[in-house]
Design a protein around this ligand. Structure first.
Ligand SMILES: *Cc1c(COP(=O)(O)O)cnc(C)c1O
Length: 368
């Protein structure tokens, strides 16, 4: 069997006719930016997430960067302010902080839950701490009420990086509606993916939404009148139309992911391999299914030899990147070890039960 890590062609083909029709409608309309499709998707996505406002932007990194920038323009953040962030995240989360001349304070994660401890957050808070940027990494909801209490008590902004967790639940609510603002990426491989780049910010804060919209449109508060030194960051009509179609299928697609993850949890029995602690149904939408072993490279090779493609999320933590020499002295031992031991198994909604069972068999046959 040959199992690619991600099969975007099959994923798109699952809703192929609907997507083709939606794209054709935009092509024929002659209206490609700032039109009805973006407006409709923003309404639908805000309502799906359970937020009052949704602002479409060009990608997930922009969603993060523009949110922090808007908070600066609104006087809620100032250059040099400390932003707490999990050390185990995708580089873009941290880029948005440094791009705004804010200071990332990296928090190490827990080996079993992969979350940051509430106690570690509490210990990291100083008089300069102004925000927490929570990342629902791998599709796992990492929010809890004690984090909320800490934010309330210390007057911290709570911002979610929801790039990997569209549709994930926390009780009756969804990630993306839990903090003051949430940033979403619609990169093709994400749970809700476009056919190109896309992103969005959701929030109940009307001033924030308006400020992001303005900055993302050259800073124009009205036509050709610039309130800010802005930029150009937009979701386009074709991507919005595609996302609107796929949003209708997101819960089904996530359920399919959850079923494959169940197959992995039930089937994988190999003493050399650790699985992350299983979470309550719905609180993990399995964007990524990470497994851990000190023999990671050998496991990757073993799977490759049997036709199974895997990826690593992520081989170099942000604080160890060449672009962040200023943080290279930091010691974040769990994050650093996870980067050595992590391997992501194939998992996507177009995968068959047979394929998932085959992955289980090959993982179980690994004998380092
Ligand atoms: C994908 C991703 C981003 C960046 O999104 P892009 O649309 O690729 O810019 C940010 N944070 C996390 C956690 C991501 O997975």
């Amino acid at each position: 069997m040959n199992i690619p890590y991600l099969d975007l062609k099959s994923i798109t083909a699952q809703h192929g006719e609907e997507i083709q029709r939606a794209v054709a409608e935009i092509v024929d309309s002659g209206w490609y930016l700032q039109g009805n499709a973006v407006q409709l998707f923003e309404q639908h996505y805000a309502s799906y997430i359970g937020a009052e406002h949704c602002v479409g932007v060009a990608n997930g990194l922009d969603a993060l960067t523009l949110t922090l920038r808007a908070y600066k323009e609104l006087g809620k953040l100032n250059e040099g302010d400390e932003v707490l962030v999990p050390a185990n995240t995708f580089l873009a989360t941290v880029l948005s902080i440094t791009e705004n001349n804010l200071k990332p304070i990296f928090i190490d994660v827990d080996e079993d839950t992969l979350d940051i401890h509430t106690e570690s957050i509490e210990q990291a808070i100083t008089a300069n701490t102004k925000a927490i940027l929570l990342v629902h990494l791998y599709g796992r909801c990492t929010y809890n009420s004690r984090i909320q209490d800490l934010c309330n008590k210390n007057h911290l902004l709570l911002i979610e990086d929801n790039a990997q967790a569209h549709g994930c639940r926390y009780g009756e609510r969804r990630t993306g509606s839990l903090g003051h603002a949430a940033c979403h990426s619609f990169y093709p491989g994400k749970n809700l993916g476009a056919l190109g780049d896309g992103g969005a910010v959701t929030t109940n804060d009307e001033a924030l939404a308006q400020t992001i919209r303005t900055i993302a449109n050259y800073g124009f508060s009205e036509k050709y009148v610039a309130a800010y030194k802005g930029r150009n960051s937009r979701l386009d009509e074709i991507q919005a139309a595609v996302l609107d179609v796929k949003l209708n299928h997101l819960d089904n697609d996530n359920n399919r992911r959850i079923n494959i993850a169940r197959t992995y949890y039930k089937g994988i029995r190999n003493e050399a391999i650790r699985l992350p602690k299983m979470m309550e149904t719905g609180t993990n939408v399995y964007h990524i299914f990470p497994v851990f072993t000190p023999q990671r490279d050998a496991l990757k090779q073993h799977l490759q030899d049997h036709g199974i493609q895997t990826l690593i999320h992520y081989p170099i933590p942000p604080h160890r990147q060449a672009c962040y020499k200023e943080w290279s002295h930091l010691s974040l031992p769990v994050t650093e070890r996870l980067a050595q031991e992590e391997l992501s198994l194939p998992l996507h909604p177009a995968m068959s039960n047979e394929e998932a069972a085959y992955v289980v068999d090959i993982v179980n046959s690994f004998n380092p």
